[in-house]
Write a protein that binds this ligand. Structure first.
Ligand SMILES: NC(=O)c1ccc[n+]([C@@H]2O[C@H](COP(=O)([O-])OP(=O)(O)OC[C@H]3O[C@@H](n4cnc5c(N)ncnc54)[C@H](O)[C@@H]3O)[C@@H](O)[C@H]2O)c1
Ligand SMILES: O=c1ccn([C@@H]2O[C@H](COP(=O)(O)OP(=O)(O)O[C@H]3O[C@H](CO)[C@H](O)[C@H](O)[C@H]3O)[C@@H](O)[C@H]2O)c(=O)[nH]1
Length: 344
């Protein structure tokens, strides 16, 4: 039986594909390449180009493959973009997931792992790690669109023969320790990626969005989780569902917050050269501090983080950025072919 990874050509999805292949799973990818790249998908996975809401392409996938579970990454993930165009976010994240869910349940697929986000929580009154039981009060349409999907999943699991794990990611960063994939998004807005690009001279400067937050140095605090630890939680979530356990919603983070300046200092230290940093106004939709309490994932899913230091996260992101330098798509496709032939 195979696992369908939607959004498998994206940043996190391409890591998930490798994590599944490393675990001996059979993998099918569905991606419309709106932000992902075909070359990031391991050639050991079967790739379908299409939209998650396209009933025809889903029918073809379900006929051609015996899909046991879906790990659903496909979606739009940029907070400021969701503030600028909320209806696009409700469409891609909520509406299209409804269509995918409906097709999956009709096809008898009983396991679903969903990419949710820390953005489902409201602004926090303290900098204490956030538990799953914290009030759900998203500050931006992105978080709202993901929360609507969580509600759909909850109701679907109550009504049908179907179970899910919704994982609320905090800030995902870093790259595969074996260097097989990384964050390749063009025009990325995520802080660690932006800072690595600036350090390597791919962009002129980094803007610090807000220096007047109630945090230790006035800049925004986040909990940065290494992407390989995150995909490991998904694998545990899949096993949890396979063992017949009930649906679950769980946070994914390390429980340690770093400010924007902490991150910029780490990039400078590891790279060895400074780069231009500009102070800028707050970005709409941003919270002051967002840190996870992930005790539930560690206890129920038996998840043990392996890369939980800011240094490891930033070093792997820098390594990937260096790898991407001066390589064109043809080089990257050739490298993927070699990776497909290699064994890990
Ligand atoms: N990166 C983070 O820090 C973060 C944090 C919390 C949650 N998430 C969630 O994780 C998921 C993956 O995020 P990412 O950072 O890898 O983003 P990404 O943009 O790199 O990956 C998303 C992938 O989904 C594909 N896609 C988008 N809409 C699609 C559609 N309708 N049909 C088929 N394919 C589609 C894109 O082409 C891309 O390959 C998203 O759902 C995002 O909301 C990400
Ligand atoms: O160029 C930049 C980019 C970011 N930041 C700051 O760095 C922090 C992290 O910002 P990111 O854009 O890297 O990430 P977000 O916290 O906005 O959002 C991420 O984490 C959220 C959960 O908190 C969601 O899951 C979302 O999908 C994911 O993109 C914030 O304080 C932001 O203001 C800067 O100062 N300059």
């Amino acid at each position: 039986m195979a696992i369908l990874v939607t959004g498998g050509a994206g940043y996190i999805g391409s890591h998930m594909v490798w994590t599944l292949l490393d675990a001996g799973e059979d993998v099918v990818v569905l991606d419309n390449l709106s932000t992902g790249f075909r070359w990031t998908v391991s050639q050991r996975a079967r790739f379908y180009l299409g939209d998650v809401a396209d009933a025809q392409v889903l029918k073809t996938i379900f006929i051609e493959n015996d899909i046991e579970a879906i790990i659903h990454f496909a979606g739009s993930a940029i907070v400021p973009a969701s503030v600028a165009d909320p209806l696009a976010y409700y469409d891609n994240n909520s509406g299209k997931t409804r269509a995918l869910l409906s097709a999956a349940i009709t096809a008898g697929i009983r396991h679903f792992v969903f990419s949710s986000t820390a953005a489902v929580y409201g602004p926090q009154k303290t900098s204490e790690p956030v538990k799953e039981t914290a009030p759900l009060n998203p500050e931006n349409p992105y978080g709202q669109s993901k929360l609507m999907t969580e509600f759909m999943l909850r109701d679907a699991a109550a009504a049908y023969d179907f179970d899910y794990v919704a994982l609320r990611y905090f800030n995902v960063a870093g790259a595969d320790p074996l260097g097989r994939t990384g964050q390749s998004t063009s025009g990325a807005t995520h802080l660690i990626k932006v800072a690595c690009e600036a350090a390597l001279g791919k962009r002129g400067s980094v803007q610090v969005y807000g220096i007047d937050y109630a945090t230790h140095d006035g800049t925004g605090v986040r909990d940065y989780i290494h992407v390989s630890d995150l995909t490991a939680v998904h694998l545990e979530a899949l096993q949890h569902l396979r063992r017949g356990n009930r649906s679950l919603v769980a946070n994914c983070g390390y429980g340690t917050g770093y400010s924007v300046l902490d991150v910029l200092n780490m990039v400078t230290r590891l790279h060895g050269h400074s780069f231009k940093v500009d102070m800028a106004p707050r970005r709409p939709g941003d919270a002051a501090s967002v840190v996870a309490d992930s005790a539930l994932a560690q206890r129920v899913l038996d998840w043990k983080p392996k890369h939980d230091s800011l240094e490891t996260v930033v070093q792997s992101a820098l390594d990937w950025e260096l790898f991407l330098m001066n390589r064109n798509v043809d080089d990257l496709q050739t490298i993927q072919k070699a990776l497909a032939a290699a064994s890990f």
